[in-house]
Design a protein around this ligand. Structure first.
Ligand SMILES: NC(=O)c1ccc[n+]([C@@H]2O[C@H](COP(=O)([O-])OP(=O)(O)OC[C@H]3O[C@@H](n4cnc5c(N)ncnc54)[C@H](OP(=O)(O)O)[C@@H]3O)[C@@H](O)[C@H]2O)c1
Length: 341
């Protein structure tokens, strides 16, 4: 089968493309085999490719990378309830041996949902990882309708999804950060206030928000702008052992768990200093949550924001684009346009 893969730990220079990789088997009776139309990339792909997750998972090379996928069900195991051959689906796969930038991937049915019917599968592949992280983070921080939310890094894959969810589903007052050239796009998506982070430090001008979504790894600045009793939910920072367990289904060894707790003084310090709740958070795979996101997309509340679509042969350039850190929305790798409906 066609796939893009890394030949060893390292940057995009380690990425190659071939058409003669072995097609995977349906991994279990509760799995579906997805014929992949497209896979979107995320910063975590670069992190894993460079070997920084080696303490959680050790990759065998060649390693096919990628977490996000949209495609068509080619085969469904007898226990993959609710899926039939030919269904259009999307998924964010869990940490495992094979990723999604390939012609086929076998995924446990509970992590898969029917894809939104009003967008192409290439567009659908842009949503899962960022969408799940945002939906689950808003829940973790108890976001309520009509609250004021601050979202840093508004123009990235996470930010563009978060602005739309906060505005069009939660009816929030949305404050975010981006350069001037990206501000109008973010206003169109639903931002009420866009702060140019290259000219103004948001900490100087934002006050008393109910919920602060830390996408830029600035925990103390986010805490400082949050009202007492409010929530800071951080997508970066050091996750707790419990978050690692939930996300990766991996029991953190005792010594490492202790070390993480000691290093994770941020949450403790922030609670003490600012009187706000602080969660370092990681999104989890979930077909049920993807089904919820599908509804938002079909109602037109959330639209895809895609920086660039690359052909799978150019997966290396796609990864360079993601690691460059300046993408507006998502980077998508198109695998098979013949199934992209
Ligand atoms: N824990 C989780 O579950 C989870 C899930 C998804 C993502 N994440 C993390 O969340 C972060 C965001 O991911 P992403 O997918 O949105 O992509 P990203 O590549 O981090 O975002 C790129 C965008 O952010 C803008 N940007 C860069 N620095 C900024 C700053 N200081 N202030 C405001 N905007 C800034 C860039 O615009 P310019 O450079 O042009 O200004 C670009 O538009 C990453 O660190 C990622 O690893 C975590």
């Amino acid at each position: 089968m066609k796939a893009a893969f890394t030949t060893g730990y390292g940057g995009p220079e380690k990425i190659e493309y071939a058409e003669d990789l072995p097609k995977p088997q349906l991994a279990d009776e509760d799995h579906v085999m997805i014929k992949v139309a497209a896979a979107s990339l995320n910063p975590i792909d670069g992190v894993r490719n460079r070997g920084y997750l080696r303490f959680l998972v050790s990759d065998k090379h060649p390693h096919i990378f990628g977490y996000d996928v949209a495609g068509v069900v080619e085969d469904a195991g007898p226990k993959a309830d609710g899926f039939s051959v030919g269904d259009r689906v999307y998924s964010r796969i869990p940490l495992g041996p094979q990723g999604t930038v390939a012609e086929y991937v076998s995924v446990k049915g509970e992590f898969v949902s029917l894809a939104p019917s009003n967008v192409s599968l290439s567009d659908a592949s842009s949503f899962p990882l960022v969408g799940l992280a945002v939906v689950q983070a808003f829940r973790a921080g108890n976001l309520k309708n009509g609250q004021t939310i601050f979202i840093s890094k508004g123009a990235g894959g996470v930010g563009t999804f978060a602005i739309q969810l906060a505005k069009h589903v939660y009816g929030c007052h949305v404050i975010t950060t981006a350069t001037e050239d990206k501000a109008q796009l973010l206003r169109d998506l639903g931002a009420d206030v866009v702060i140019d982070y290259t000219k103004v430090n948001f900490r100087q001008v934002v006050k008393n928000v109910d919920f602060s979504f830390d996408v830029s790894n600035e925990p103390y600045a986010h805490a400082a702008i949050t009202k007492r009793g409010g929530y800071v939910v951080a997508l970066r920072g050091i996750p707790s052992p419990e978050a690692i367990h939930d996300t990766f289904n991996y029991e953190v060894p005792f010594v490492l768990a202790k070390a993480l707790k000691v290093v994770n003084v941020t949450a403790y310090a922030i609670r003490r200093l600012y009187g706000v709740q602080y969660h370092a958070f990681s999104g989890r795979p979930s077909g049920a949550d993807l089904a919820e996101i599908k509804e938002y997309i079909e109602k037109g509340q959330i639209k895809p924001v895609i920086d660039t679509m690359f052909d799978i042969r150019n997966a290396r350039q796609a990864m360079e684009k993601v690691e460059g850190g300046h993408s507006t929305g998502k980077v998508v790798v198109r695998v098979d346009t013949s199934v992209d409906m």
